[in-house]
Design a protein around this ligand. Structure first.
Ligand SMILES: C[S@@+](CC[C@H](N)C(=O)[O-])C[C@H]1O[C@@H](n2cnc3c(N)ncnc32)[C@H](O)[C@@H]1O
Length: 267
């Protein structure tokens, strides 16, 4: 089996069994816009770190403002792109609510934004090419990485910068899945697999490892509410989840390990 096929198969293994999903009070895979808004505000207050730096250095004479256009795929509220303050931001996301939050912040920063609602790469045909393409915390949601990376690279004039956690973003819940559902969760794929797939596409992939700039949750209550949703448990069980998280060493959390990978696009 080739790497791309193994990536798809490994991601499939993260599916939640039908009988657990059927009893879920809420969508366990959803993203809270407010949480990502906070993440963007932190990045705007401290606009540094490998992902922003690798994007910035790809343009000559980048100072406070990025002197070119940025395409942000799976932009969320803009944490990986708005701090660059580009001359144009093209933001693609399947969530209208995320794009609305991003557009509000862009207006306050006077960053011209073109928001495109839809799934990448399905909407790629409607998206203009930018100087730099960034994509943060999306690829563990993407079964066909070859198609995804190929479209991303075709939409960047200079560089592609991808940020992702070292492991699946819900890996921290694995001990809790076993505790509450007796379910052993997967440990693959990893960021190294994504980098290997990009290398097989012929890209000169560079990799930098770093720690997330802030803890995933600011309080045990916030973590337990989120864990209930992701574990398909009634929110009334948050106290029980918090206790199990303490007992199993899930709380307090380690700072998540992230990877920034990037490749230049030949002229
Ligand atoms: C975990 S959030 C990350 C948001 C932002 N990039 C950040 O780093 O804060 C993932 C975002 O990607 C979007 N998304 C996931 N898969 C996508 C796809 N194939 N095409 C477009 N958007 C996608 C989701 O709607 C969500 O807003």
């Amino acid at each position: 089996m080739d790497r791309a096929e193994r990536w798809r198969r490994d991601l499939d293994a993260w599916a939640i069994p039908d009988e657990i999903i059927a009893a879920a009070p809420e969508n366990p895979w959803g993203h809270l816009v407010s949480r990502f808004g906070r993440r963007t505000d932190t990045a705007l207050a401290q606009p540094a770190g490998p992902t922003l730096d690798r994007a910035r250095e790809s343009m000559p004479a980048a100072n406070a403002r990025f002197p070119g256009s940025v395409l942000d795929v799976g932009a969320g509220t803009g944490a990986a792109s708005l701090p660059l303050r580009p001359t144009e931001l093209i933001a693609v996301d399947e969530s209208a609510a995320m794009l609305a939050e991003l557009s509000q912040r862009a207006a306050a920063l006077e960053v011209p934004v073109r928001a495109i609602e839809g799934r990448w790469p399905d909407v790629a045909g409607d998206v203009p090419v930018a100087d730099v393409a960034v994509c943060a915390h999306v690829v563990f949601n993407v079964p066909d990485l070859v198609e995804f990376f190929t479209a991303l690279t075709a939409h960047a004039r200079r560089r592609v910068v991808v940020e992702l956690p070292e492991r699946h973003p819900t890996s921290w819940l694995n001990p809790l899945w076993e505790h509450f559902h007796g379910l052993r969760r997967p440990t693959t794929p990893t960021a190294d697999d994504a980098a290997a797939i990009a290398r097989e596409l012929g890209y000169g992939v560079n990799v930098e490892r770093h720690l997330a700039p802030e803890p995933r949750y600011s309080s045990i209550e916030e973590m337990a509410a989120s864990a209930c949703r992701r574990l398909c448990l009634d929110p009334a069980r948050a106290g029980e989840v918090a206790q199990a998280a303490r007992d199993l060493g899930v709380w307090p959390p380690d700072r998540t390990r992230w990877v920034t990978m990037w490749w230049d696009v030949p002229a």
